[in-house]
Design a protein. Sequence first.
Length: 436
Amino acid sequence: MRKMFLAASAAVAVSVAAPAAAQAPAAGPYDAAVFAKAKALQPKVVAWRRDIHQNPELGNREVRTSKLVADHLRKLGYEVKTGVAKTGVVAVLKGGKPGGVVALRADMDALPVAEKTGLPFASKATAQYNGQTVPVMHACGHDAHVAILMGAAEVLASMKADIPGTVVLIFQPAEEGAPAGEEGGAKVMVEEGVLQNPKVDAVFGLHVVPGPVGALFWRPGPMMAASDRYELALKGKQTHGAQPWSGIDMASVAADIVTAFNQIAARQVNVARSPTVLTVGTIHGGLRYNIIPEDLEMAGTLRTFDPDMRKDVMGRIEKTVTSIAERYGASAKLTWGTPNPVTNNNRELSAQMKPTLQRAAEGGNIKDDIDYITGAEDFSYYQLKVPGLFYDLGVGNPPGVNHSPFFTIDERALEVGVRAQALTALDFLRSVAPAP
């Protein structure tokens, strides 16, 4: 997968007391209806989440999930389009009053992880992933995202006559990355026009992470890192393990590259100015303990927030692998994958929606100045086209963080997520509605 959500650090950042009552914003015109409907829908949202959790699907393969979503939205009266970016669903609800267009997004895909939560609805599913049979689990919480947006869809449909504008719902496949040889995710959704016809004015999305149940937290401007995946193919000279001098010791080549990569981020660039992380994730080579192989492959990720820093570090990486390989007499081919841009929250939109999210959060518990998150999110592709706000929803403190086989959620947070999605849509449309 292209990202790792560093929820543990985010959870620490938001362990704050709820704001005092005097600081709470005044109730909005839709609050009573949204809160009542979200509360009434909570059992359905929980049931949806558990069903999706028990039946997870990998990226670009979310066939069952897409059908569940599309069938629900059609019953609510949405105009529904399926098969977007392979398995995505886009739905449009035209309100009873004229106005702007707002989009809400949820991602649907699971991960190749063997679940160890022990839940009665734990996943036992398997699937094919890059030529292998793998276990599948909603280890990142996308099951909750889908259920929340299905709930928000029902809230908004019940208020259709009073909505000043249009709501677009985006149920996106492959946020975690498409299978090898395929494209997918937000980039493809944007290319296929999900932000056009109708033309979207703003987009909102949320992600569940460890933290106080029902708390909402984010930061204006750059919030999550740009993510670049690299693959490195090294070629040397095979030889007997007892005579490394007769060939090229590929393990030593790899070790020197790992050490040099660690020095790039730690010693060669100013990480105090802009957080930068360079990681080696996989090293593959060899078939037998006493044979030094001819070929060795490495892969990893670069996380940055600053475009100039990104370009600088990428250049250093390329020079490093070339020089080390040449020193040993080997060759190196470095390939960069499709990047995720920085998840960059529009500052004006972030300030505008702060009172909305405070009203939606449990006990008004919000934090809008969290630390940078070096995880990545392809929600950033929507933000390249229209103003967007991406925020986190606290779901308690499970034994494992996102992407762990032990990750689960406190389902009380689902109701807050439904409130937040519905209220951000309604408040934004109200703010851009034409004067009566």
